[in-house]
Design a protein around this ligand. Structure first.
Ligand SMILES: *Cc1c(COP(=O)(O)O)cnc(C)c1O
Ligand SMILES: [Zn+2]
Length: 406
């Protein structure tokens, strides 16, 4: 039995192809590389029925993942997160069918675990001993923990302002961790220079082709969880955009396998903060690439990416799916985080809250219709960002009596 139907890597810009037996990074033309599968062979040997007896984790889709030898698999049980119905919040937004794909319950506390599980497994299969990456926090945390499980040494550089808990996740797993007085783009430049050492495998966003394959599984799961019908709209908080590119790629592959109706594609929405919205600006101007966003700042740290290397792929996914891009205010992120907790009992991360805020905004503009099926990606756990909640709590003295609110 073939574990993976991977065939080769290809460049989405110049179509050059590469093998999958050696480490590769960007194409010689500077573009990220994508993974191709032999979908024709796969379609005749794989059926939906074969999924029935598999574990509820992302490896259930191993035929559509790049790892060729399962003995290199590095797993903490990631994947098959709940697709949770949110009737009260939906009603509040006047969206009748609102679901949340909840990545807050995944190992390491964010969906970055998916990219790390597949990326680290493939790195191990390729014989990698040391890896390095810039991060806004969650990716570094996930890759550090998975690398520890794979006995690979990680070097991580993150902004001093990144969420503190993610530092701890890197440090406790034994990563070489550095803070930079700047943005993720500054961390990226430092890593690029370090990775000129051939022993260091650069796993910066989209500089290795396999992370996206892990994130792709969110799209596969949404398809399976909707019984291959797919929602009408998927909203995704977009930083580097890997998740959005991955979801789009997943659905295209399922179309070609004949597992979802041909031509059935949810409208994909890239959500950003008004404090850092390069993709939104490019989309509003009808362009196919984005400009560097000066002075980027948002509490939704995972989407604080002033220029994404895969921006053209994000924009392509938006245009091809008849989707859109939307920016939301910082205050609306906090409000939506509170509403989700108060109405539904779910403590979403600020990035996820941004996506809920965009859903509300797009419903108000009637871009989303009342009866449409809407899926919002909550990309991480709210408990990783304790400082996003403003507190004013009364302190009692021993023996004090409580007053009932009047
Ligand atoms: C990294 C991150 C994002 C953005 O993901 P991309 O795939 O880079 O766009 C969104 N939310 C959280 C919580 C993240 O950590
Ligand atoms: Zn190329």
């Amino acid at each position: 039995m073939t574990y993976s139907y991977i065939s080769h890597l290809y460049c989405p810009k110049c179509s050059k192809t590469y093998n999958t037996s050696e480490p590769h990074h960007l194409c010689t033309c500077g573009s990220p590389l994508l993974v191709n599968y032999d979908l024709e062979a796969l379609s005749s040997s794989w059926s939906k029925d074969s999924l029935r007896d598999r574990n509820p984790d992302l490896w259930r889709y191993h035929e559509l993942l790049p790892l060729q030898n399962p003995s290199y698999r590095v797993s903490l049980g990631e994947g098959m997160t709940p697709l949770l119905s949110l009737p009260a919040l939906g009603k509040d937004m006047n969206i009748l069918h609102l679901d949340m794909k909840d990545e807050g319950v995944i190992p390491t506390g964010s969906f970055k675990a998916r990219g790390a599980a597949v990326g680290v497994s493939k790195a191990r299969e390729l014989g990698v001993k040391e890896l390095a990456m810039p991060t806004n926090g969650n990716a570094g945390a996930a890759w550090s923990l998975y690398a520890a499980r794979a006995s690979i040494t990680p070097t991580i550089v993150m902004p001093v302002d990144a969420p503190k808990i993610t530092r701890n996740e890197c440090a406790v797993s034994g990563a070489r961790l550095f803070l930079v007085n700047g943005l993720i783009s500054d961390a990226g430049q430092i890593i690029s220079r370090a990775a000129q050492d051939p022993d260091i495998y650069d796993v910066s966003t989209l500089k290795e082709p396999y992370r996206i394959e892990g994130k792709k599984t969110m799209g596969l799961e949404i398809a399976e969880q909707t019984e291959w019908k797919l929602p009408d709209v998927i909203l995704y908080p977009t930083g580097g955009g890997v998740g959005l590119i991955g979801i789009y790629k997943a659905i295209r592959e399922l179309q070609r396998l004949g597992w979802v109706e041909n031509g059935r594609m949810p409208r994909l929405v890239a959500v950003q903060s008004e404090g850092c919205a390069p993709i939104v600006k490019a989309w509003e101007e009808g362009r196919t690439e984005s400009d560097f966003w000066e002075g980027a700042e948002t509490m939704a740290f995972g989407i604080n990416v002033p220029k994404a290397i895969g921006d053209f792929l994000v924009l392509e996914a938006i245009y091809e799916s008849n989707g859109c891009a939307a920016a939301v205010s910082e205050s609306s992120i906090q409000e939506e985080q509170q509403r989700a907790a108060q109405m539904e009992g779910t403590f979403v991360c600020p990035e996820g809250a941004a996506a809920f805020s965009a859903a509300r905004q797009l419903r108000q503009k009637n871009w989303i219709k009342e009866e449409e099926h809407v899926v919002v990606l909550n990309t991480g756990a709210g408990i990783k960002y304790p400082d996003t909640v403003d507190l004013d709590i009364p302190v009692l003295q021993p023996g004090d009596a409580l007053k009932r609110k009047v």
